[in-house]
Design a binder for this molecule. Structure first.
Ligand code: GUN
Length: 280
């Protein structure tokens, strides 16, 4: 069966919209984008904007030139950190190569870091402190699993990919739910040793078809987070078509995890907004 992230995300949008409806001061989400107009990042930002507005949030895009210097970007970040109209904001990744990701992420005020990338928010996640923001894709995956009543207690979860955005936060989130977690990466010699005994496999590598039908069990849940584009063709981490959809619950098509990422971003923005309102 295919796991439809889009449908689950729609329910979350509805919940957020209902809460916002009650608020006199509406949340405002900001985004900083450094890529040219028709890049994938621009399309991702447009989806975030569309959905933010759909639930009743304001969305402000700061579209900067690709050759913006690190210093100029840091100065924009200082401006956004002190902008009380903004509930939270994101800096869309990837950044151009002349800019250091960590320098930028560290400069974001952690109370406005609705992406959950700042070390304070990553630390809160590891220490089970729920006052922080959880990175949106991992949070979306956890929601997707719970929407299917999949209880992780005692389950074997294999996470493939070790990024700060997806792989590492997922380790903490799954541990928090009492899963037995195995972390693999592109240098793991033979992932099948781990995936064959897994209840759940979550792959976020961008390596096409590293999850094939023969390296998972009959009832393994496969969450596929990433894809690559080769010769104009989209190839997911998992060979979705070959995996038996009668037995395995599998993303990505048609909704995959992306709608859940956007839903969690809006969730975090509403959380930032409510936290700010309580301080007034
Ligand atoms: N690039 C890919 N995923 C993300 C995300 O969740 N947030 C940001 N800011 N950039 C991304």
């Amino acid at each position: 069966m295919l796991l439809d992230g889009k449908k689950v995300a729609e329910n979350i949008y509805k919940e957020i919209a209902e809460e916002i409806d009650w608020l006199t001061k509406k949340p405002c989400l900001g985004a900083v984008l450094l890529w040219e107009k028709d890049s994938p990042s621009m399309r991702y930002i447009e989806q975030k904007k569309r959905n933010a507005e759909k639930v009743g949030m304001e969305f402000i895009l700061h579209h900067l030139a690709e050759d913006t210097s690190e210093k100029e970007l840091l100065s924009k970040i200082q401006e956004l950190n002190t902008d009380t109209h903004l509930s939270g904001y994101i800096v869309q990744l990837p950044l151009p190569q002349h800019i250091d990701n960590n320098t930028i992420i560290n400069a974001i005020d952690s109370s406005k870091d609705v992406d959950g990338f700042h070390p304070i928010n990553q630390g809160k996640l590891v220490t089970w402190d729920d006052s922080g923001f959880t990175p949106c894709t991992p949070a979306g995956i956890m929601h997707l699993l719970s929407s299917q009543n999949i209880d992780l207690t005692g389950k074997s979860v294999v996470i493939i990919g070790k990024s700060n955005i997806v792989g590492k936060p997922l380790i903490s989130l799954c541990l928090n739910q009492w899963a037995t977690v195995t972390s693999c990466n592109s240098k793991t010699p033979d992932i099948s040793i781990y995936t064959k005994q897994a209840d759940i496999v979550i792959s976020a590598t961008g390596m096409p078809h590293i999850i094939t039908a023969d390296i998972i069990g009959d009832k393994t849940v496969v969450i596929d987070v990433w894809f690559s584009i080769i010769d104009g063709k989209i190839l997911w981490d998992s060979d979705v078509e070959a995996i038996d959809q009668q037995w395995n619950l599998v993303t990505p098509v048609p909704g995959w995890v992306w709608p859940m990422t956007v839903a969690m971003l809006l969730w975090n923005t509403l959380k930032a907004h409510k936290t700010y309102l309580w301080t007034l």
